[in-house]
Design a protein around this ligand. Structure first.
Ligand code: G1P
Length: 295
């Protein structure tokens, strides 16, 4: 079984759901308490034991690359001002992991974005993390998937159960339970089904562990839902060819690409923050203004 060493993170999207905030900055650079969203994603990759991140970028996304780079000028200024703790924090960010970036020149869909990584990933299984999906969990979501991969040796998509009326916003998986805990064998996948197209509530969230055959399949995948090359369509083909598992991960997922999901992520991260958590909780209690508040 080939070891998984690389993670692909597509960040080429325009971020229209957050306009005007994202007119001049990438949505991945919006802050959750004290770090940009993308840093939480990269930190999950690092905590899962992966060695290399491949960012699929587009025009206007250089702030993301700069964020993980070393800034000589800034470091010198902080050095002169004896701001050692900050220097260390910045050094930690720039040394997190090896980062390579590839440009997606046209917005042809998520499937196309992943296909752009084929030359850098090569012939080995790899992870995909979508920047909008933030997962907070004791064991990083990707680590949970890597542990399952060691047992099943095939592709895995992370899923969560959603209310039926929300299934039209996700890739939906149908399948039978297996002997592996929280895991089912995929029989069918549908990208954003209209009501009645599927009775499954198993929604794909943005974490995938994929066999390299996906690249050849993506190269032959025709535009699907919304006229875009859909990763889900290629996953269905990969699942037909050699099998795929859907894993109900443990942890809490936030849709940080949606305003409400983003706010929920900020609140939960702030409440757990070592220094801000206490005073922030006090503030929230005052805002709630009643004794029933369970904060
Ligand atoms: C993408 C995928 C979809 C998945 C979702 C998870 O959709 O195409 O299958 O369920 O991410 O966040 P998007 O939200 O980018 O439209």
């Amino acid at each position: 079984m080939k070891k998984i060493r690389k993670a692909v993170i597509p960040v080429a999207g325009l971020g229209t759901r957050f306009l005007p905030a994202t007119k001049a900055i990438p949505k991945e650079m919006l802050t959750i308490v004290d770090r940009p969203t993308i840093q939480y994603i990269v930190e999950e990759v690092v905590a899962s034991g992966i060695q290399e991140v491949i960012l699929i970028t587009s025009e206007g996304k250089s702030a993301i690359e700069n964020h993980f780079d070393y800034n000589y000028e800034l470091d010198n200024v902080l050095k002169e001002k004896n701001k050692h703790a900050l220097r260390e924090e910045l050094a930690r960010t720039s040394n997190l992991i090896e980062i390579v970036s590839v440009r997606q020149k046209k917005p042809l869909g998520l499937g196309h974005a992943i296909w752009m990584a084929r030359h850098v990933v090569g012939d080995e299984p790899f992870l995909v993390l979508l920047g909008d999906d933030l997962v907070r969990s004791e064991t990083p979501c990707c680590r949970q998937m890597l542990d399952l991969y060691e047992q099943v040796g095939e592709s895995i998509v992370a899923i969560q159960r959603v209310p039926m009326e929300q299934t039209c916003h996700y890739g939906i998986v149908e399948g039978e339970a297996t002997a592996f805990e929280r895991t089912c064998k995929v029989s069918r996948m549908i990208e954003k089904p209209s009501l009645g197209m599927s009775n499954s509530d198993k929604a794909i969230i943005g974490r995938y562990l994929l066999m390299p055959e996906i690249f050849e399949i993506l190269g032959n995948t025709k535009p699907g839902h919304g006229g875009e090359i859909q990763l889900t369509d290629a996953l269905q083909a990969l699942s037909n060819r050699r099998g795929m598992y859907a894993y109900e991960f443990q942890g809490r997922r936030y849709d940080a690409g949606d305003k409400l999901g983003y706010l929920k992520a900020i609140i939960d991260v702030a409440l757990d923050h070592p220094t801000l958590g206490g005073p922030f909780r006090k503030h929230l209690k005052a805002v709630c203004g009643n004794d029933d508040c369970r904060l």
